[in-house]
Design a protein around this ligand. Structure first.
Ligand code: HEM
Length: 409
C-alpha cells in the first residue's frame, strides 16, 4: 500500500480510486490536513461519527461541496429565479429543525411504504425494455430511470416533462463536484431557474387542487407553532430532493451489481435466498458509498482524534473511508451478507442531517434487486465493454457504465 506522503489527493488516479488514499490516512494520520488546502479530512469511523453528531461544533452552513464561486453571468441568471433559501443540507439547528420537522411529514413511513407497488411496476417496466436483448447497460437503461421516475411521479411530473426533469436533476448535482467549466456553470444556472419556475407553477396548482402526492404533502405541511413553508423554501427543498436522491440511488444500484458479480458465492446465496437482499443493500452502501464525502465548518476551536482544529476550519467527512474502517467493520473489503452491523454504516450520514430519503433509497435498492435477480438469470459482465471507471467527483461515487449479459428467466 502507498504511503500517505506519496499520494496526490487531487490526481486523476486518486479521484478515480480514492481507496488507497483513504487507507493511508486511516493508518498514518486519521485526521489529515490536506496539503495546500487547509481542509482537515476525517477518515476513521469513530471520528466521522463524532463530527456528524456534534452539529453545535461542526456546522453545515457552508455550501455543500467544493463549489466554484459564481461569476457575474451566473449571478445574473440566478436573479431571474427565486431567492436562495437554506433549508436542510446547508443549514444548522434551530432553523434546520423547523424545515426537517415539516419535510419529515411529507416523507412519512406511511407514504414511503405505500410507494412499493409503484416502484416495483417501474422496475419491471424498465426490465421489459431490455430483457429481450439479453444484454443491458445497467446505468442508463435501469439505474437512472428507477429513482428518477419514482421521484418524478411522486412530485406529479408528467411523462412528457421527464426529459427536462432528468436535465434539472443532472444540472443540480454537477456543480457540487467542483469540477465543471464556467460554460457548464452557466448552463446549470439556467436549468435551476427553469426548474424553479416549473415547480412554482405546480405548487400553485396543488394549493388549488390538492392530490395524494409528495408535492401536496409539502404544500400542506403544517405543525403546531411552526411557520409553514414559503415558496422559495419549498423550491429549495425540492431541489435538494433532486440533488440528494437521484444520482445517489442510481450509483447505489450500479455499484451493488458490480460488487455482487465480483463475489460469485454471494450472488448464488442471494439468488437462493432473496430475503438477504436488504442486508446486501446495506453492504453495498457501506462498500461503495454513493456520497463519498461532505463538508462541515468548525464554529469553535476544537479537537478531533487528538488533532487540534481552529475555529473556522473546513472539515471533510469521508463517509466512504469511515465505512471501510476495519475497526468498525472487520475485513471491511469483503462483501458479507451476514455482517451483523452492516446497517451501522455512515452512507446516509448520521445525526440531524441523517438522510431523509434513506427509507425510500433502501426500498428502491431492495425492489431493484428483487426484480433484477428474479427476472435475469446467469448475469455476467460483458468483459470487453466494461472499464469500471467512475464519474470524476470529490463527493459522489458512481460508475459511468455497467454492461451486463444474462439469460432471460
Ligand atoms: C443511496 C441513496 C442515498 C444516499 C447514499 C444518500 C446520502 C445522504 C447523506 C450522506 C446525507 C447526509 C448529508 C450530511 O451529512 O450533511 C443525506 C441527506 C439528505 N438526503 Fe440522502 N441519500 C440517498 C438517497 C436520498 C433520497 C432518495 C432522497 C429523497 C428523495 C434523499 C434526500 C436527502 C435530503 C433532503 C437530505 C438532507 C437532510 C438534512 O440535511 O436534514 N436522499 N443523504
Amino acid at each position: 500500500m502507498a504511503a500517505l506522503a506519496d499520494i496526490n489527493p487531487f490526481s486523476p488516479e486518486t479521484i478515480e480510486d480514492p481507496r488507497p488514499f483513504w487507507h493511508a490516512m486511516r493508518m498514518e494520520q486519521p485526521v489529515y490536513q490536506v496539503p495546500g488546502t487547509g481542509y482537515f479530512a476525517v477518515s476513521r469511523y469513530q471520528d466521522a461519527l463524532y463530527v456528524l453528531t456534534n452539529e453545535e461544533i461542526f456546522s453545515s452552513k457552508e455550501p455543500p461541496g467544493l463549489q466554484q464561486p459564481p461569476g457575474p453571468e451566473v449571478e445574473a441568471i440566478l436573479k431571474q429565479g427565486y431567492p436562495p433559501a437554506h433549508t436542510l443540507l446547508s443549514n444548522d439547528p434551530p432553523s434546520h429543525t423547523r424545515f426537517r420537522a415539516l419535510v419529515n411529514k411529507a416523507f412519512s413511513a406511511r407514504r414511503v411504504a405505500g410507494m412499493e407497488p409503484h416502484i416495483r411496476e417501474i422496475a419491471n417496466h424498465l426490465v421489459d425494455g431490455f430483457i429481450g436483448a439479453g444484454r443491458v447497460e445497467l446505468v442508463s437503461q435501469f439505474a437512472v430511470g428507477l429513482p428518477l421516475t419514482v421521484i418524478a411521479d411522486s412530485l406529479g411530473v408528467s411523462r412528457e416533462d421527464m426529459g427536462k426533469f432528468k436535465k434539472w436533476s443532472d444540472d443540480s448535482v454537477a456543480p457540487l463536484g467542483g469540477m465543471i467549466s464556467y460554460q457548464r456553470q452557466i448552463e446549470c444556472a439556467h436549468s435551476l431557474v427553469e426548474f424553479q419556475h416549473y415547480f412554482a407553477a405546480r405548487l400553485e396548482e396543488r394549493c388549488l387542487e390538492p392530490r395524494d402526492d409528495l408535492l401536496t404533502d409539502l404544500v400542506n405541511a403544517r405543525l403546531a407553532r411552526v411557520e409553514p413553508l414559503n415558496v422559495p423554501e419549498m423550491l429549495n427543498i425540492l431541489q435538494q430532493l433532486l440533488v440528494a436522491g437521484n444520482e445517489t440511488t442510481t450509483n447505489l444500484i450500479a455499484s451493488a451489481m458490480m460488487l455482487l458479480l465480483r463475489s460469485p458465492e454471494q450472488m448464488t446465496a442471494l439468488v437462493a435466498d432473496p430475503s438477504r437482499i436488504p442486508n446486501f443493500v446495506e453492504e453495498a452502501l457501506r462498500m461503495e458509498s454513493p456520497v463519498s464525502a461532505l463538508f462541515r465548518v468548525t464554529l469553535i476551536d476544537t479537537e478531533v482524534g487528538g488533532v487540534k482544529i481552529p475555529a473556522g476550519s473546513r472539515i471533510i467527512v469521508i463517509y466512504g473511508s469511515a465505512n471501510r474502517d476495519d475497526a468498525q467493520f472487520p475485513d471491511s473489503h469483503r462483501l458479507e451478507l451476514e455482517r451483523d452491523n452492516a446497517r451501522s454504516h455512515l452512507a446516509f450520514g448520521q445525526g440531524v442531517h441523517f438522510c431523509i430519503g434513506a427509507a425510500l433509497a433502501r426500498l428502491e435498492g431492495r425492489v431493484a434487486f428483487e426484480t433484477l435477480l428474479g427476472r435475469l438469470h446467469n448475469i455476467r459482465f460483458m468483459t470487453e465493454r466494461n472499464d469500471f471507471t467512475h464519474t470524476p467527483s470529490f463527493i459522489l461515487r458512481g460508475l459511468k457504465q455497467l454492461w451486463l449479459e444474462f439469460d432471460a428467466a
